[in-house]
Ligand binder design. Sequence first.
Ligand code: ADP
Length: 354
Amino acid sequence: MKRNNTSELKQLLVSLVGNTPFGIITIGFHGEITMINQQAADLLGIEVQVSKVLGQSVLKYFKVESHFYQSLSEMLTSGRKSMDISLEPFDDKYLSIRIRPFINGLLITLEDITDFAKSSKQLRKRKEELEFKNNELEQFAYIASHDLQEPLNTVRGFIKLIKLKGMESIPTEYQGYFDHIEQSSERMSSQLTGLLEYSRIGKHGDKEEHQINSILNEVRDDLKTHLDDTRAVLEWAEMPIVNGVKAELISLFRNLINNAMKYVEKDVIPKVEVGYRALEGYHEFVVKDNGIGIDSPYHDKIFVIYQRLFNKSQYPGDGIGLAHCKKIVELHGGKIWVKSELGKGSAFYFTIER
Ligand code: ADP
């Protein structure tokens, strides 16, 4: 019975070693191969019968300069008994190699991880390319917005000078043009400032824990004049502590609350409500208003930089606030969206990773 059990166990072991997708090698303390399965021989490109390599040094099948060769030689001399090597390039393959102590020696398992290694290499390369492009774009936006301000300031300076000193020498039918040039250059300047701020999002420091309650109090202070002028009501419920960049969280709430007060019918007292609920892995906030609402075809477009639904004379603005919000939310691992119908107010939702 006992003998039967032992022979069954032996059979099981032989079958496991023969059928596992892993290459298995056992070696003695001097590196000599005591057992090797066909899979290991195939992975190492050993073309002779496996029984012929018994007693040979396993090091013979690895290049002297390889990480495995050097680590194993070191292990054999130092007496260390376990080691993991991932991504050992082996000809056109990548192997993951594990070494563990075994009866009278060491057990080496080899796994072909070429597909995984190639796809993670491609992903890493793609990520690096994207980061590079992103950086380049941000730098471009920064330089463009920063450097274009200077010539624009010169234009604005000369227009002011002409309006102050040289208007009488300009025919009256042309004098109005100067107002247009002045307004356009003011507008361009404010758009460039917005773009500059946009390119700086993400560079305001590290994330820390902040009480949203105090962030909202700061926003209320910033918007005090506007709140007083419009007699707007701004309310919020119990707010959580959030891990984020303070200046960016302030800018996010300020933009949304400012819009909520701005886009209302004349003579309507703005009512703005900030709500919160905790979700699995996320904080979800909502800024609701009783304003003019947004028609559904524009629900996505409004988050794109410079997209506006009105001209400046109806509602002032540069069309950059919601693009700011989107970038801030995404840098905080969340999403932003709007639920709204024309004439029925809007609710801007956004999430932040916990
Ligand atoms: P801006 O307010 O400077 O135009 P935003 O990027 O903040 O820029 O908003 C883009 C557009 O989205 C606005 O021009 C407006 O048409 C629309 N919008 C934003 N917030 C609201 C809101 N609370 N209610 C109605 N429309 C809004």
